[in-house]
Design a protein around this ligand. Sequence first.
Ligand code: 5GP
Length: 204
Amino acid sequence: MDRQGIALVLSAPSGTGKTTLVGMLREEFPQLCYSISCTTRAPRQGEVDGKDYHFLSREKFLRLKDERYFAEWAEVHGNFYGTPLAPVREMLEQGRDVLFDIDVQGARQVKQNLPEAFFVFILPPGFEELRRRLHARGLDSEEVIQRRLANAGKEMKEAVWYDALVVNDRLEDAYARLRAAYQTATLAPRCRRQMLRALLEDFA
Ligand code: 5GP
């Protein structure tokens, strides 16, 4: 097989619109697999165990972490999140592209362990707009919103080492950029090592 799967890693501060953008990408590219994370947070309304997340107790999560079950893991907003390694490895080996929706701490670990992954950071257009969106979605108290805004500033400092930045100003424009980032990943030499190797062997 000349094609290894592409690991497409997406990070964004909360309220940036990442979930909507991920949904649009998965709808347009149904062959794009989704890495289903484990988390210790409670399911939100409408979330399905085994589809959105694997919802685990803290005990179970920590046991799996000790057993090196996760490709990366992090504590985000007081809960644990982790990416199961085996299914991701299997999908990539089968040549399937895999989408990771993980925070900056997890993305750093993936960068170390899987340097051929492609990293996309979704940014809000500005502080005021992010604050407005967090209020408008009506999920969080003022205190939680302040914490999310403070975290957003910290997380965005990491954006500099990502491969692509997608500012979510207008949803359609942001989606066009995300789509372009995915297509850029399919052209990046480090994501196409196997193809290049096979071609070079052909010329040897
Ligand atoms: P939420 O609880 O809103 O679904 O996600 C909160 C944050 O955790 C988001 O930034 C999301 O990207 C991140 N996250 C979700 N799954 C994982 C994971 O497996 N690993 C890491 N490191 N972060 C994750």
